[in-house]
Design a protein around this ligand. Structure first.
Ligand SMILES: CC(C)(COP(=O)(O)OP(=O)(O)OC[C@H]1O[C@@H](n2cnc3c(N)ncnc32)[C@H](O)[C@@H]1OP(=O)(O)O)[C@@H](O)C(=O)NCCC(=O)NCCSC(=O)CCC(=O)c1ccccc1C(=O)O
Length: 263
């Protein structure tokens, strides 16, 4: 596969996968998701390294989730692919099941589905310019499963509900305090810090790492089914006028009006 939306390289003790759409703050569209799926599968077969670093190109963002400019079809889908028009459920499963230790490199915004990807990585290292948050209820979306229930495992129910219900932004320091991030460093030290973590991981037994990862995962496996059921509901929700209002409002740079949908 020739990549247009991502970059892939193996160097310095890790596979490096970078979402390369800085013009939309590294938001993903259906093509991006297909390329990431391919890259994660390819990374599993890289026998020379133990780690994968997931990053976003440029200074502004790690990833801001689904590309809202690509999400304006009349049927509420992104494209004809997958349940919602984007094979997100498959992508999250592939990241979850990755045979490498995954590290999110967060510089700038990790927002919406981008925040979910960061929180699903085994480790997160952020620059002091990292900004974290969920935006779904403001833009007509939700990530029901890994984005909610698994997030609560990291930061607790109260904090997770706060993130989703208020859609506020949190600094890297706040994210560290909440348990979303393993380490925060000045942005000019971010790559050196991540390289050091990759070097240390590279010296470990790959089989022990994989067994540790799988056993950590075992405790939250029930969320996999919640995520699938949630994605089926999300497909229906995306087709509603309520969800479309969120997408239109973002693209028209105005506040959404959800008032008439209160039940
Ligand atoms: C990231 C922001 C908080 C930054 O705000 P600000 O600093 O004020 O800058 P802006 O002027 O808003 O943005 C700059 C520039 O970038 C464009 N942009 C930013 N984010 C996106 C995006 N996600 N899509 C498209 N474009 C984006 C923005 O339009 C500006 O460009 P201009 O050319 O100047 O207009 C803020 O931008 C923000 O809140 N962004 C919105 C983030 C958002 O809505 N994300 C989507 C959330 S929903 C989601 O991720 C889907 C979940 C999902 O995919 C999923 C999950 C589970 C199962 C299935 C699915 C599924 O299939 O959908």
């Amino acid at each position: 596969m020739t990549y247009t939306d991502i970059q892939y390289e193996v160097r310095d003790s890790a596979v490096r996968v970078t979402i390369n759409r800085p013009e939309v703050y590294n938001a993903f569209r259906p093509e991006t998701v297909e390329e990431l799926l391919h890259a994660f599968e390819r990374a599993n077969d890289e026998s020379s390294v133990n780690a994968l670093v997931l990053a976003g190109a440029g200074e502004k963002a790690f990833c801001t989730g689904g590309d809202q400019k690509a999400h304006h079809r009349d049927d509420g889908k992104y494209s004809s692919r997958g349940l919602t028009g984007m094979r997100m459920e498959e992508l999250q499963t592939a990241l979850r099941d990755l045979r490498k230790v995954s590290i999110a490199r967060v510089q700038g915004f990790a927002i919406g589905g981008g925040h979910v990807l960061a929180s699903m990585c085994d480790l997160t290292i952020a620059s002091d310019k990292g900004v974290f948050g969920q935006v779904g209820p403001r833009v007509g979306s939700v990530d029901p499963g890994w984005g909610t229930a698994y997030l609560a495992r990291h930061i607790g129910e109260k904090r997770a509900r706060e993130m989703w219900f208020l859609c506020r932004r949190y600094s890297a320091a706040q994210a560290y305090e909440m348990g979303l991030v393993n380490k925060v460093v000045p942005s000019d030290q971010l790559d050196a810090e991540i390289d050091q973590w990759c070097l240390e991981i590279d010296a470990m037994s790959p089989t022990a790492l994989l067994m540790a990862k799988r056993s950590f995962n075992a405790d939250t496996e029930n969320i996999r089914s919640i995520n699938l059921l949630g994605t089926l509901s999300l497909k229906q929700y995306f087709q509603s006028e309520e969800a479309k209002e969120g997408v239109h409002a973002f693209n028209e740079k105005r506040k959404p009006d959800f008032k008439k949908y209160v039940t």
